[in-house]
Write a protein that binds this ligand. Structure first.
Ligand code: FAD
Length: 387
């Protein structure tokens, strides 16, 4: 017979609680003060990068043997969640450092891991992940970027689109076709450096939200790289890219949780201050019910996300389902909760004088990237967990 303790799986350990408190304090002191300005000016949150790197929180997932903190998947989720609570753009620093470097960690040679994970951990450069292309989004296997072998080198040509932190990152995991006959099994992964000859970047996209996170095209024009920059064996790049997303969709769920928590915290404070009809609007049951629903949905999303993080850490057989489910559910919750937060602030919520409209705009992207929520549902339907 299972005891009640068995069901208390996601009570955070003391270490995890301490990490949350540390990141929250840092985020409030060093990142929150710039969040509105970063959004307004559409500029990279350098203050956040500096604060995260100074405290070794920019890529906590890197194993200790490569000079990293060796944090588990749940710890990584907590870092991203707490940064996103104050600034979603800034949370893409630790999130995309994991997304970009995880292919190396999962499938790279020892030499690649030592070189690139080490450099990332030391703060020598951020990592980006280059899967999408102008004509290959949801159907990522339809990519056209080519890599052709030339002796001890590979030569890459193509255009990657929507690449988060492009131009700022030093390192890029690039998926490219090495055998066009084999579709997804003819795709390989490579590490490309910003300084490699033939690498250049498009203008920053003008986006609805996460305006502080640069999104650019990456152009590869006869980029000649040594053959040992291939991640894993030839033809395994797409499988590595999908395996990576199983783990990192949970970090997008974490981002969604943080954005939603930030909006709920702000709205629940506001309703106690705002008076209408002679009393604080928090005293109206219609307002209380909204706050209750927001908190209920958020907590359900948090439990699913932390469960998925535990599965990521153990690499459980049902990770693919849980990664997709956590990302899909938490991002839908973030959109609902942030929209309700705007509603609770009335007309003020609709202005940039208050942070909740930024949070609502930022929440939207979590339903789109790392696979849209329709794609998550396709992934879930193909990987239903057994009862
Ligand atoms: C700000 C931002 C940052 C990003 N960062 C990165 C990054 O760092 N690296 C990277 O590689 N990519 C990145 N992306 C790309 C992102 O993952 C894609 O935009 C996303 O996968 C959707 O692809 P698409 O935009 O081509 O839309 P499309 O694939 O054209 O989809 C359009 C619509 O059709 C729906 N649809 C498509 N196929 C199906 C189907 N089979 N069934 C049901 N509905 C379907 C989609 O759900 C969507 O609603 C980023 C995107 C944005 C906007």
């Amino acid at each position: 017979m299972a005891s009640s303790a068995d069901f208390d799986l996601f009570k955070l350990s003391e270490e995890h609680e301490m990490l949350r408190e540390t990141v929250r304090a840092l985020a409030e002191a060093k990142i929150a003060p710039f969040a509105a300005e970063v959004d307004e000016q559409g500029r990279f949150p350098q203050e956040a990068r500096d604060a995260l790197e100074a405290n070794e929180l920019h890529a906590v997932h890197v194993p200790e043997e490569y000079g990293g903190a060796g944090a588990d998947a749940l710890a990584t989720v907590l870092v991203i969640e707490e940064v996103a609570r104050v600034c979603a753009s800034s949370s893409l620093i630790p999130a995309v450092n994991k997304l970009g470097s995880l292919p190396v960690q999962l499938s790279g040679s020892e030499e690649l891991k030592a070189k690139y994970l080490g450099a990332l951990a030391r703060g020598e450069g951020m990592f980006s992940y280059c899967l999408s292309e102008p004509d290959a989004g949801s159907d990522a296997a339809g990519m056209k970027t080519r890599a052709v072998r030339d002796g001890d080198f590979w030569v890459l040509n193509g255009v990657k689109r929507w690449i988060t932190n492009a131009g700022v990152s030093e390192f890029y995991t690039v998926m490219a076709v090495t055998d066009p006959e084999k579709r997804s099994k003819g795709i390989s992964a490579f590490v490309v450096e910003k300084g490699d000859e033939g690498v250049s970047f498009g203008a920053p996209e003008k986006k609805l939200g996460i305006k502080g996170s640069p999104t650019r095209e990456v152009y590869l024009d006869n980029v000649r790289i040594p053959a040992d920059r291939m991640i894993g064996a030839e033809g395994t790049g797409f499988a590595t890219a999908m395996k990576t997303l199983d783990h990192t969709r949970i970090t997008i769920a974490a981002q969604a949780l943080g954005i939603a928590q930030g909006a709920l915290d702000y709205a629940s404070g506001y309703v106690k201050e705002r008076k209408q009809f002679g009393k604080a609007i928090a005293e109206f049951q219609g307002v209380q019910f909204m706050l209750a629903d927001m908190a209920m949905k958020l907590e359900a999303a948090r439990q699913l996300t932390y469960a998925a993080a535990a599965k990521s850490q153990r690499v459980d057989a049902d990770l693919t389902f849980f990664g997709a489910a956590a990302k899909c559910f938490a991002s839908d919750v973030a959109m609902e909760v942030t929209t309700d937060a705007v509603q609770l602030l009335g007309g003020y919520g609709y202005t940039r004088d208050y942070p909740v409209e930024r949070m609502m705009r930022d929440a939207k992207i979590t339903q789109i990237y790392e696979g849209t929520n329709q794609v998550q549902r396709i992934v879930m339907a193909r990987n239903l967990p057994s009862a």
